[in-house]
Ligand binder design. Sequence first.
Ligand SMILES: [Zn+2]
Length: 476
Amino acid sequence: MKQWIIVGLCCLSLNTFAQSDDSLVMRSISDEIMMHGKCYDDLRVLCKQIGHRLSGSPQAVKAVEWGQRAMEDAGADMVWLQAADVPRWVRGEEHLKFKFGKDKNYREVRVLSIGNTVGTDGKILEAPVIMVNSINEFDQLDKGLVEGKIIYFNYRFRQDLINTFEGYGDAGRYRWLSPNIASAKGAAGVIIRSVSTGVDDEPHTGSMRYADTVKPIPAVAIGNTSADMLEAKCRAGMVTAQIQSECKMYDTVRSYNVIGELKGTEHPEEIIVVGGHLDSWDVGEGAHDDGAGCVQSIEVIRALKALGIRPKHTIRAVLFMNEENGLRGGFAYGDSAKAKNEPHIIAIETDAGGFSSRGIGLDMSEDKKERIRGFRNLFLPYGVYDFEHDEGGADISPLQRMGVPVAGLMPDPQRYFDLHHTARDVFENVNHRELKIGATTLAGFVYLVDKYGLGPTAPLKDMNIGSTPYSQRKAK
Ligand SMILES: [Zn+2]
């Protein structure tokens, strides 16, 4: 009995020692990033010298060159580019005007076409507006009433949901679905209330994809205050709209993911990925979405290297191309990992804004989640407490389909959807401390997963989405 107690105490003290040892390393990582971190300076260069960088644009080419240099400067052992063929969508000029009731003149409002949509070839598309408050309401409308009209989907972002990412999933359906369902009933065009928490007139763009079965029709988004005004006018009487836009999809363009790695000392063949996406929408500077995630991922490499922490496994920072309107970079990475038979311990994405981190979402088996939750106390001094949500990220979803455990950094979500996919997503709206705290959380997490592992690492399964590797399929 006595012996058991002694053995028990021994284990306890060893464990406590390991925890306090780890808490000292976590502190040194935090000090390194908060006091000497380069991620904020990197973000300034990306945002101010390159700016927004939609896939296939000249700025995206510059961003790839920038990413390569930044990885080298961070001290990565090896830096390389991974090819991905991406769609090239160009916005051009766009206008939206309304005429209310018996008014003679049109009134212009701020507008952004939804990404990947067709335009009007610069001509004016004029039609009466029919307002619906939900998809359900739209489904009740007769085809005869919809034909030739511009349908206004007046669906509001649900402000009652505290996690705005849930609200985004809910209201986001309107951006993804409305051009398809409206076209299927013969509509001429679509206007949506932006997928936005903001109390302002900022239009938000974002991706959609036409179903093969419908005729592509123009679709545009307006800010919340214009949307309120349009709602009131539609209730009061007849509204006519004019949409004029030049946006167009061009041929696929060769682009690249940027990858930098620290080689593992004990199991170099096993990989830990931390990444964000290098492309952005073609407004603002893609500062929160996802310049922040790119510079944080590079910072993980830089901080570990600067502190002389040599990882046991290979740590890879990946700047994925084309998350916003095609996910070609994510699939290119997945295809390559599968072809080279590279086992992945975990893939971590940071693509939820450069705000103070509150948690890390985990999408993996329960036993792996429990191992990670065992680290919770080490994160509490940094305000990171939430390990309960299932989260990953779009770029790492191909890896997830191949059985790789995935995780996503979860920053405070209250301000992200005020800025997301707008002209206001600029460097000035990122706070340097909050950005660095996110990088600290990621670097600490990578350090702990590398040190303790997550149990046996499985070989990659097939992605099971057809015979042609996704990254080699023709982009639509
Ligand atoms: Zn993003």
